[in-house]
Every structure is written in structure tokens, then in C-alpha cells.
Design a protein around this ligand. Structure first.
Ligand code: 5GP
Ligand code: MN
Length: 366
């Protein structure tokens, strides 16, 4: 790790206090942790009288629209190439702060603007192996979410600043990144942070959960039903996979961002220690990797140019058809899903299930 990775939350705090103008950003296809963490920092800086704008490469997913509508969406912009106010914001910011990713390619269209910005470049994140171009990088991989680190940043300054907006944004960040407080990274301190957010913000969990999880469209339920039909198991059931083709998306009428969370149904199979979802997009195949307990998937994703956390990672493969991506990724599974259990079929190259999956998508995969 570069020396800058060892920056503390106090270092980040001091750099922010010394700034007048701040630009915040996060990763492409921002999730609850990205948007919630950005909003949390943005409201904090506003309360301190700073000028602050959040500029993201992509819009928020539909399920987070309410968070922006009700809790500070006016602070968040989608990047537009050539937009003068945004060029100026990057050029005049004393600090450009990235949350929830330490990799330039994950910043999408703002990557160059961020890296070329004359201001101090800060990172607050919980992903391993940040890149070295940040002036200050505070990375705490033991944190279940970046939202928890933002809480520490704000509470360490003045916990009384935690109002309804900050509490809601950070609750959403932490709740989504911990899978509603059940993933392995969830710690006692995660619950303490959340308890404090509920109290100080005067908020309750139910409406946030309803807004995020219980607002599904009929189309997304249709997508779910089609997705469930594609679930296939491999390596004696230790791995479960799903495939969403463009055709399935089109026929169900769902939006791409409604594929989020589908993979958990595959991981929910008894006996599965890992799950994959292959999402066909117009430009390539997005693969998500998820696992339970000690099964680590970030090394597996890295074999395909991606990365992430031990139990949740992703990769994006271009220039290869769906069928070969499915086969290549599943072929690499044994090293990751079989390591502690030699009794299952180590040398099983392509299982009956794989073959069934391939034939089910024959038209697509030929
Ligand atoms: P998801 O599968 O939900 O898109 O991503 C899960 C996690 O994997 C993210 O939090 C992120 O850490 C990581 N991730 C997803 N896609 C990529 C990718 O293309 N490259 C890298 N390095 N990490 C990714
Ligand atoms: Mn995160």
C-alpha cells in the first residue's frame, strides 16, 4: 500500500476544514453506499459553510430516487461533458473527494477531471488496494460501508450536526452495503453507528427499507421470475449462477438497474458458497460475484480485470460473447469455491448443469 493509504479520518477532516470549495464524486453505477456517503459528506460540508457539489458519472438507480428527491438531490449532478459550471467546479475546488472507490476507471467519465484537478485529491473508502494518485487516502477495509466512515468523520467533528438528512443518507448507505445488516462485515460498531443515526436524526428504519426494497414494479417482478428460471448450480452445488440476457430484459420490460439484488436469490440456495450473475449489456458482460463466509471472490473477479470485496466483487468483460464469458468464469471457480473441501468434484470441467444452462441459452450462445 502507498504511504498515502494510511491517512486517518482526522487527516481527511482537516483537509476538508481547510477547504472552501469541494467537489465530491464516487463510482459508476452508484449504489446506496456511494450516494448515501456523498450526501452525508455534502450536508456536513454545507453545515460548515462550504461550497459543495457532487458530480457523478452516472445517475442514481431508480430505487434511490426518493433519497435525492427528499434529502438533498439539488447538491448532486450528473456529469455532462463540456458543462462549464462543472469544469469550473473541478478547476477551482480546493478539494476533490472520492468516496467508495479507489480506482480511476471506476470513476467513469469524471476520472480525468478528478485526476487532473489542481486541488487536493482525497479518498475515503473501504475497498482494498487504492491507487496511488490520491494526496490523502483513508482506506479502512474493516468497515462494512463507506457510510460508517462518513459517520466517523462527522461525529468526530460534531455529532450534533447529524440531522435528518445526514442520518437518512448514512442509514441508507450502511443498510444497503451490509445487505440489511447481515453480511459478514457487519460489526457491533455498525449497529452502534446506526443506533446513533436513528436517535440523532429522529428517523426510523421502516420507511427507508420500504423506499428502497418495497417499491418494485411489475416488470421487475417479471424479471425476477425469469431470472430464477436461469439459476444453475455447479461443482456439486457450491456455486449457483444466473444469466440475464438483453432478450430477458426486453421481454420483462424491466430496467437494467432492476437487476440489482437478483444474485442474492442464487446465493440463497442451500449449499451454495458463491454465486454469479452474468448481465448482458450492449457493450459487454457485467459479472457480479457474491459469496458466503470464508469464500473469497475478489481474487476471482481480479482474474477478469475486476475486483471488490472478499464477499462481493464485480468485473466487466468487453469483446467476448456471453457464452464464452460464462464458461471462462465458471471454469475458474474451483480454486475459489472448492478450496477447503476436496471431496467434491475437483476435476469436473463442465457440469451437467452448465450444459443445461448453455443449451437453455442456445439461440443466444451459439
Ligand atoms: P456489483 O456486483 O454490485 O456491481 O459490485 C460489487 C462490488 O464489486 C462493488 O462494491 C465494487 O467493489 C466491486 N466491483 C464491481 N465491478 C467492478 C469492476 O469492474 N472493477 C472493480 N475493480 N471492482 C468492481
Ligand atoms: Mn461501499
Amino acid at each position: 500500500m502507498p504511504a498515502s493509504s494510511s491517512a486517518s479520518i482526522d487527516d481527511i477532516h482537516n483537509a476538508l476544514l481547510g477547504a472552501e470549495r469541494v467537489v465530491l464524486t464516487s463510482h459508476i453505477r452508484p449504489d446506496g453506499d456511494a450516494i448515501g456517503s456523498e450526501l452525508g459528506v455534502a450536508h456536513f460540508l454545507k453545515a460548515l459553510g462550504k461550497e459543495v457539489v457532487v458530480i457523478n458519472s452516472d445517475s442514481e438507480p431508480r430505487r434511490l430516487g426518493w433519497l435525492l428527491d427528499e434529502h438533498g438531490g439539488e447538491l448532486v449532478e450528473k456529469y455532462e461533458e463540456g458543462k462549464l459550471s462543472q469544469i469550473e467546479a473541478f478547476a477551482t475546488a480546493d478539494v476533490v473527494m472520492v468516496v467508495d472507490t479507489g480506482a480511476a476507471h471506476r470513476l467513469g467519465k469524471v476520472a480525468e477531471r478528478v485526476q487532473d484537478a489542481p486541488g487536493k485529491k482525497l479518498l475515503l473508502d473501504h475497498h482494498p488496494d487504492p491507487e496511488t494518485w490520491f494526496d490523502l487516502a483513508c482506506v479502512r477495509t474493516e468497515a462494512a460501508s463507506t457510510g460508517e466512515l462518513v459517520y466517523e468523520l462527522i461525529a468526530g467533528h460534531d455529532p450534533n450536526l447529524i440531522d435528518e438528512n445526514i442520518a437518512t443518507a448514512l442509514y441508507a448507505a450502511i443498510m444497503t452495503d451490509t445487505g440489511s445488516f447481515r453480511y459478514g462485515a457487519t460489526r457491533p460498531s455498525t449497529h452502534r453507528v446506526v443506533a446513533d443515526l436513528l436517535e440523532r436524526g429522529g428517523i426510523s428504519p421502516e420507511p427507508i427499507h420500504i423506499n428502497i426494497f418495497d417499491q418494485r414494479t411489475r416488470e421487475s417482478l417479471r424479471l425476477l421470475s425469469r431470472a430464477l428460471e436461469t439459476i444453475t448450480t455447479h461443482y456439486s452445488g457450491r456455486l449457483a449462477s444466473m444469466v440475464i440476457t438483453q432478450e430477458i430484459l426486453r421481454e420483462s420490460g424491466a430496467y437494467f438497474d432492476e437487476t440489482e439484488g437478483l444474485i442474492n436469490y442464487a446465493l440463497g440456495l442451500a449449499g451454495a458458497v458463491a454465486a454469479l450473475i452474468f448481465l448482458e449489456t450492449p457493450h459487454g458482460i457485467k459479472v457480479s460475484f457474491r459469496s458466503k463466509g470464508d469464500c473469497k471472490v475478489n481474487g476471482w473477479a481480479a482474474q477478469f480485470g475486476g475486483g471488490g470485496h472478499m464477499n462481493a466483487s464485480g468485473a466487466y468483460l468487453r469483446g467476448k460473447p456471453l457464452n464464452s464469458v460464462v464458461k471462462e468464469v465458471i471454469d475458474k471457480a474451483p480454486l475459489h469455491v472448492m478450496s477447503s473441501d476436496p471431496i467434491t468434484a475437483q476435476d469436473e470441467d463442465i457440469s451437467q448443469d452448465d450444459l443445461a444452462l448453455l443449451s437453455a441459452f442456445k439461440g443466444k450462445l451459439d
